[in-house]
Design a protein around this ligand. Structure first.
Ligand code: OAD
Length: 223
């Protein structure tokens, strides 16, 4: 069976990484226009680097939880699994999932806005950093900000449109185009979340509860 999986911040919540829109979520404490838009970065790059430096440090301290581990195990067969994540942490990869598609970029990578070079981000980035490729001081976190186009949309659309089962895990379905992927999925669709998301009605099946419990149970049934 071809399975396309979309994960969101809920899958990493039990690893200690905050979600965005839950009570005490990141967007209740920070103005996303200031820290997650190209315009905010142009206004105050130091503030934006501070925000992502703090998140990078949290990510480095976190470890994958049982949901990440179960998804990595699922990829070992017999099903053909495509794992798409909105998360910018590297917990799926550290759990052992191969070929993770990071549609919103990666905290652990840096990007040069002048020449598009990418490299492993240092733990602490600053507006004075030089691009190792062209030397410009135009380095930024390799994060897809609001108003920018998510990465790998062709591969994502193809995987979702041709899968037998589309599963969204731990995402509020508030951010497009990720929230619209369920419409592309022609066959069976399943939502796993603590509670119904904004697009819950678009899914055929639902399983509600913490990802660290529900995802391993679901994977065990598929093996
Ligand atoms: P949100 O914070 O919007 O939603 C998190 C979802 O996870 C909610 O639906 C929660 O109910 C659910 N959740 C929380 N804890 C959970 C748990 N232990 N088990 C299962 N589900 C749980 O996060 P996303 O939907 O990922 O983009 O947000 C999408 C995008 O908005 C992010 O990628 C980010 C943000 O702005 C960028 O920064 C570009």
């Amino acid at each position: 069976m071809k399975i396309a999986i979309l994960t969101g911040a809920g899958v990493s919540a039990e690893s200690g990484l905050g979600t965005f829109r839950d009570k005490d979520g990141l967007w209740t404490r920070y103005d996303l226009n200031e820290v997650a838009t190209p315009e905010g970065f142009a206004r105050n790059p130091a503030l934006v680097h501070d925000f992502y430096n703090a998140r990078r440090a949290n990510c480095a301290d976190a470890t994958p939880n049982a949901a990440h581990m179960a998804l990595a195990e699922l990829a070992t067969g017999p099903h053909e699994v495509t794992l798409i994540t909105q998360n910018v942490d590297d917990l799926h990869t550290r759990a052992g999932s191969p070929d993770v598609i990071h549609m919103h970029g990666r905290l652990m990578r840096a990007l040069c806005a002048a020449c598009d070079a990418r490299w492993d981000a240092p733990l602490v980035m600053s507006p004075n950093d030089h691009c190792p490729s062209c030397g410009a001081t135009a380095t930024r976190p390799d994060i897809v900000w609001f108003g920018e186009v998510p990465y790998d949309m062709d591969a994502i659309s193809a995987a979702v449109a041709t899968c037998d089962l589309f599963v969204a895990i731990g995402t509020s379905a508030e951010v497009y185009p990720a929230a619209g992927l369920v419409e592309l999925a022609g066959r069976q669709t399943l939502e796993i979340n603590l509670a119904p998301s904004a697009r819950a009605n678009a899914f055929d099946d639902h399983r509600f509860g913490p990802a660290s419990e529900v995802v391993p149970a679901w994977v065990a049934e598929l093996r």
